[in-house]
Write a protein that binds this ligand. Structure first.
Ligand SMILES: Nc1ncnc2c1ncn2[C@@H]1O[C@H](COP(=O)(O)OP(=O)(O)OP(=O)(O)O)[C@@H](O)[C@H]1O
Length: 636
């Protein structure tokens, strides 16, 4: 639960102080006490001796009737609970001054006229009225601080215990039960860990809790009060509500949007009375109790002094809340997040004049205490409230604008509709392109390239499809929608360009691979070997040719010699030689042919060398192109 911030009315408000003057009681009358307190008629002013004090209200002994106290001082606090404000009603005064009577925790006399019973009855009346617009949950706790120990008055294990030796009706701490601890949450809220919180749904149930706790409370008889409260008692009502917001705040259709969770606490405090041991006649246990009571009240007095002194407050003086459990528990009620009313109970008897004056001085100082009550709303509710307020503000602004220039709104609406339609078309187109296979996209792109235009030209065409500068609206007014369309077109253009470049790069790689494999065939080392091989072959053929020519010359010379020597034999050997010569000539012819084919091979080799060189040059240029493309892709 979060205390709502200033936005949720973090008002500064002073502790309200009312004085309740009880009538002289039988004992005092018996003692012949005189009335020493005067209430100025029609004014909330009290005079005692030479001292005069003005308060917010004065009840009893000819001041306002006591019956008016609830309506004037407490009813507004109960109302505030329903708005999420914490509240405290604190009864302060000397022993026997009427605190228990005023608060209505005594279950004697006319206790129904006390504040707590009236609070309970008004609370349930209000819940009955509001139950149709809110869901409520009520819890009560009832604790007492006795001798600096916090005790749970609603602990079921305290019930039906026999009266103990010290005279405290039925209260024994259960062994093993952890003591109640006062804790402070991270946002400064004081809580009681370990106290019983009883969930109640009816007035009867709540009254039963009050009765049970009151009967369990430590009381004892003193000279000044035969049923004196020996402890400070705090009856706390916690009201949780899930409030449905009224129609003026209704915005969303969602129910949770129209609900807020509020939680507020009302502390009803009946303090033990200050006492003087001499006058109360207390000794032993009562004396010890009195010491503790006075210690707690002294700490309370110091806190009131620190908070009530404007100078000290401005100087940021330390407030000794931690000096006692009472002040620690009342930290929020005094100077914190609570609307607080202090009821100073006084006896009019002159015998009590000194204590009465002290009480009035304290009460007067308490009037200067400034509290800061805030609505206790849970963080989610706060957030929703903020959002709701923001939404209301925006709706109001929209209404104001549309009221101011309906024409402008109409034009804007048309423009939005047109942009939405254009956007839809583009999205559809984009979707179609995306669903195509990458190859078909490239093909599409290449087809465009073949038509003497590039992919970029195509995407420009896509952009052209969008009349970004609509005739009615200047370019500077381009809205989010048209920007979106442009971005889609750009993205598309980029994709196509990318695809085209990828494709070209792929082609280049393929060509490069092919050329490199060709180059392997015409490797430099293989070419050299081939050259040497052919060279050798030609040399061999040359040698062979020369040998055959020599043989032919020899044979011709032989033929000429034989012709000169004999005719018969000459004819025979002439034939033989002629045949040999013929064979040699055909051999020479063969060799010549071989030589020619070798020359042809050499020429081819030369051509191959040249082709290899060209290939190498081409590879170099392809590699250079590839580098250029890669650089271009990186830039894209
Ligand atoms: N306004 C009143 N009208 C009539 N009787 C009253 C009124 N206030 C108190 N009394 C009576 O005065 C006596 C003391 O009152 P009460 O017990 O309420 O005092 P107290 O301040 O609670 O005392 P303590 O601090 O010792 O508990 C009771 O008998 C009570 O009935």
């Amino acid at each position: 639960m979060e205390a709502a911030t200033a936005a949720a009315t973090g008002e500064d408000c002073c502790v309200k102080v009312a004085v309740h003057v009880r009538p002289l009681i039988a004992d005092e009358k018996l003692q012949g006490c005189k009335d020493c307190v005067t209430v100025v008629p029609g004014k909330p002013q009290v005079q005692i001796g030479s001292h005069s004090f003005t308060f917010d209200h004065v009840y009893g002994s000819t001041g306002s009737p006591s019956s008016a106290m609830f309506g004037e001082c407490v009813a507004s606090l109960v109302d505030g609970l329903f708005q999420g404000y914490n509240a405290t009603v604190l009864a302060y005064g000397q022993t026997g001054s009427g605190k228990t009577y005023t608060m209505g925790t005594g279950f004697k006399d006319d206790y129904q006229g006390g504040i707590i019973p009236q609070v309970m009855s008004v609370l349930f009346d209000k819940i009955e009225i509001l139950k149709h617009q809110s869901e409520f949950q009520l819890h009560v706790s009832f604790i007492e601080i006795l001798k600096e120990e916090v005790r749970d008055l609603l602990d079921p294990s305290f019930l039906n215990k026999p009266e103990t030796a010290n005279g405290h009706a039925g209260k024994v701490n259960v062994p093993g039960k952890p003591p109640i601890q006062i804790r402070e949450t991270s946002n400064g809220v004081i809580t009681l860990a370990g106290s019983t919180e009883v969930s109640v749904t009816t007035l009867k149930e709540m009254a039963a809790c009050l009765e049970q706790g009151s009967l369990s409370r430590a009381t004892g008889s003193t000279n000044m009060n035969n049923q004196s409260s020996r402890s400070h008692a705090i009856f706390t009502i916690t009201l949780e509500q899930m409030r449905k917001l009224n129609s003026s705040s209704e915005i969303g259709a969602n129910d949770t949007m129209n609900e807020e969770y509020l939680c507020a606490k009302l502390h009803l405090v009946d303090l033990a009375g200050s006492e003087r041991a001499k006058r109360t006649g207390s000794d032993g246990l009562r004396f010890k109790e009195g010491v503790h009571i006075n210690k707690g009240l002294l700490a309370l007095g110091n806190v009131i002094s620190a908070l009530g002194d404007e100078k000290k407050r401005k100087e940021g003086a330390h407030v000794p809340y931690r000096d006692s459990k009472l002040t620690r528990l009342l930290q929020d009620s005094l100077g914190g997040n609570s609307r607080t009313v202090m009821i100073a109970c006084i006896s009019p008897a002159d015998i009590n004049a000194e204590e009465t004056l002290n009480t009035l001085k304290y009460a007067n100082r308490a009037r200067n205490i400034q509290n800061k009550p805030v609505v206790n709303r849970d963080p989610m509710s706060s957030e929703m409230l903020k959002m709701r307020q923001q939404l209301e503000y925006l709706q109001a602004e929209l209404c104001a604008r549309s009221g101011g220039s309906s024409e402008e709104v109409q034009v804007l609406k048309e423009r939005i509709a047109w942009l939405e339609a254009a956007n839809e078309d583009l999205c559809r187109e984009l979707h179609e392109y995306r669903t195509r296979s990458p190859v078909s996209v490239i093909d599409h792109c290449e087809k465009d390239a073949y038509d003497d235009s590039t992919c970029n030209v195509k995407t420009d065409g896509l952009k052209r499809g969008l009349p970004i500068t609509a005739p009615d609206y200047p370019m500077s007014e381009t809205t989010g929608d048209s920007r979106e369309i442009e971005e889609v077109a750009k993205e598309w253009e980029h994709t196509l360009l990318q695809n085209s470049m990828d494709r070209e790069l792929h082609e280049l790689n393929k060509r490069l691979e092919q050329k490199e494999s060709e180059m392997k065939l015409f490797g430099i080392s293989d070419a050299e070997t081939l050259k040497q091989h052919f060279g050798r072959k030609i040399m061999e053929l040359e040698d062979e040719k020369r040998a055959v020519q020599r043989e032919r010359d020899r044979l011709l010379a032989e033929v000429e010699n034989l012709a000169a020597n004999s005719d018969g034999q000459t004819h025979k050997s002439e034939d033989i030689h002629a045949q040999k010569l013929k064979a040699l000539e055909s051999q020479i012819l063969d060799l010549k042919k071989k030589q020619e084919s070798q020359v042809q091979l050499l020429k081819q080799k030369q051509k191959s060398d040249e082709a290899a060189k060209r290939l190498q040059d081409e590879i170099q240029s392809i590699k250079a192109q590839k580098v250029d493309f890669c650089t271009l892709q990186m830039h894209n």
